[in-house]
Write a protein that binds this ligand. Sequence first.
Ligand code: ZN
Length: 111
Amino acid sequence: MSTMEGCSLLKEVQIGAKHYSIVECDSDHFELLLEELGANNHEARSFIAYDQQLIVVRSELHQDTKKEYIIHELLHAMLDDAGLSEDVEVEHFVKALAPRLTIFLTTQSFI
Ligand SMILES: [Zn+2]
């Protein structure tokens, strides 16, 4: 994909049976990719492309914010894998959970 040039791979993860690539992109390439993949929110700081198994976050974000948005999209990937596609309710749930889960995962050795 030509528009991947302003992007770099952060991680590859497995959600259910699917492998997702998590990439960060500079602002220009984030917008290009968003358009190319048909995602619709141009104010987004991150997005997920289910068919391409790709999670994209803006590289200029602060590290803390970046983590939270990656967790946000990973939750969408998990819910999608469980058959719950994006709607208003799912978005509320993900928005409520993502910041709290991010703090939990990054500050505690729970397991
Ligand atoms: Zn969301």
